[in-house]
Design a protein around this ligand. Sequence first.
Ligand code: UDP
Length: 328
Amino acid sequence: MKVLVTGGAGYIGSHTIKSLKNEGIDTLTFDNLSTGHKWALLGEKLFVGDLADIEAINKAIVYFKPDAVIHFAASIQVGESVVNPLLYYSNNVKNTINLLNAMIKNNVNKIVFSSSAAVYGIPKDNNPVKETCQTLPINPYGQTKLMIEKILSDMAFANQIEYIALRYFNAAGADKDAQIGQAYKFATHLITRALKTAKGKFEKLEIYGTDYPTPDGTCIRDYIHVDDLAFAHLLSLKALFNNTKNEAFNVGYSNGYSVKEVINKVKEVTKIDFKVVEAKRRQGDPAYLVASNDKIKELLKWEPKYNNLEYIIQTAWEWEKKLSYYGA
Ligand code: UDP
């Protein structure tokens, strides 16, 4: 099988490519390298191009003749999407339309799409959120992910495309061999920021809000190891060739940890007692966001292998220490 992977040089993309390679699946990554890295492909093929460039996408598809596409490429910073919404509607929605047009033109009709728990916005209750829950994004980033899901669903109805959308919860951790991991210029995610604080990159770690209606007052999230997330893509691809299609799935563990619990675990794993301060709430954070994963377990037979916060943090820490060698 041949798979075109947009954004394959990024964090989740590169872990997925590694797991596809282990299954003997041939990939071509289409990436503009704006935030991704060539080294993250571990030698797999790369076509440097931008999804805004319709000719480039067409060229990559004509050259590679993929059987399916996995579409990771997107702008992913919630805060930036609020400040610069048009960038998000262009990079995410418009560029995905370019990709879909090129696919249709070349008779490629299977796509796995990187969606997000951000499509839910602020869920009404503190229960694991099901795919059937109301989708009401509260920022442009989440809006773009939901819009693309709707486009895919309408195209599926018109028999133009077969898709699976994966709604990621909090991707974290790194490859067990520490060959790849998160390497963004601007680290905003909790575990990454905590680890960078532990290694002295930041002077202190801020807790964004300690007055939430949760047991310790800090927000609860469902942190999922990136290799379990990568595996969900492999199963989605297989499912598309076996007739499970046109569905959205949550990908998470169905259990959550508070910000304080995560910080304590980071201190325990790194054995470094870094400075932590309480700060005000960050805008748009739900108190509790945990995935119901019944659907993906039932329909895709996905089973988590790394549902262990310590392992997630340990692998991320090994990677973070290695990143220091590159000056990051
Ligand atoms: N968070 C925090 N300090 C940080 C970064 C994040 O307290 O330096 C909190 C954030 O408010 C949220 C949780 O950690 O409640 C997870 O945030 P992250 O940005 O990692 O992922 P998100 O859930 O926003 O996708």
